[in-house]
Design a protein around this ligand. Structure first.
Ligand SMILES: [Mn+2]
Length: 317
């Protein structure tokens, strides 16, 4: 049995969801299953290319729904989980009992672990540490900005490497280890260790860069790092620098896209009616109520800056 697992790429929650799904599937569905992993990225264009679902079973974890008849498992918690209203309608008519959506969950890792245990008798206890950290990292539930930015825990160091993923296939290669080994052992693996030092150094530099560039006014931090190779910067740095800020709006770029990231300060009380996913959906983006983004084409930097400035202006008090 060949199982294709499509996961949210360069994301700790995406990787740990794929790890939990694989261990669950191996233990409770088919011990002889062979897993193949595909990292999915939010793009301006359609994310699922023809031929993506080439397994005997095909799963998507921590990523958008697909109405393809080849999709057999789905777990997600993003508010913007459906590309089109027809997809949401298709999901509502699914009776497979293998597709699950709950946007009240802070992480797909926890959602998957809970469903696999409750509905399929999976023993999630050996992965308790992974599940705990998946929920802290994806749900921005760090005790303080210092903990979020300090990167002293194995889980936060691993998240740094996964989010940067400086080598192709780094995350797919790590997923089987995430399903088996303690996090403190995974950060010692050569594949992780060789990248950790340089990435920690880059992280420290990025704090200095954001300190120089941040424009903090009316409760909103605006910054543009699109001329630098900084996509995947730690999203808590703005609040570490300006603990009084309520929101941050950033522009970054990579060869694949121009990106506007919008977030709320997790250590502040945000008005309950603010929904950043809905705000970003107006510009073709999406995400969660408290953190969302808009991906544009790599040549659309002028538009990205314009959108970011509009959003920052609308969030300022
Ligand atoms: Mn997630």
């Amino acid at each position: 049995m060949k199982v294709r697992v499509c996961f949210h790429d360069k994301c700790f929650d995406g990787a740990s969801s794929a790890a939990i799904f694989s261990r669950f599937y191996h233990e409770r569905i088919d011990p002889s299953a062979e897993f193949l992993y595909t990292g999915m990225t939010h793009k301006a264009s359609a994310p699922f290319e023809d031929g993506t679902f080439d397994g005997d079973e095909n799963a998507i974890v921590d990523f958008k729904y697909s109405s393809s008849p080849a999709l057999t498992w789905w777990f997600d918690h993003h508010q913007s989980a459906f590309l089109k209203p027809e997809d949401a309608e298709h999901f509502r008519h699914d009776h497979s009992g293998k597709k699950f959506y709950d946007p009240t969950y802070k992480s797909c890792t926890k959602l998957l672990a809970d469903i696999a245990s409750e509905k399929f008798g999976f023993d999630a206890k050996p992965l308790a540490d992974l599940i705990k950290w998946g929920d802290i990292i994806d749900g921005a539930q760090f005790a303080s900005p210092e903990e979020a930015v300090g990167l002293t825990e194995p889980a936060t160091q691993l998240a740094l490497v996964i989010e940067a993923a400086p080598e192709p296939y780094l995350v797919p290669r790590l997923i089987p280890d995430l399903a088996e080994l303690p996090l403190a052992e995974i950060v010692q693996l050569p594949l992780v260790k060789k990248h950790l030092g340089p990435l920690l150094e880059r992280h420290r530099r990025s704090i200095d860069i954001m300190r120089e560039r941040a424009d903090f006014r009316g409760g909103v931090i605006y910054f543009d790092v699109s001329d630098l190779d900084l996509e995947g910067y730690n999203k808590f740095v703005p609040y570490f620098l300006y603990p009084d800020a309520l929101y941050s709006v950033g522009v970054s770029a990579s060869p694949a896209r121009a990106k506007v990231s919008v977030g709320t300060n997790p250590w502040k009380d945000i008005p309950p009616d603010v929904n950043l996913a809905s705000l970003c959906e107006k510009y073709g983006g999406g995400g969660h109520a408290r953190v969302a983004a808009i991906s544009l084409g790599p040549g659309d930097l002028v538009r990205a800056r314009q959108v970011a400035k509009e959003i920052a202006a609308s969030l300022r008090r």
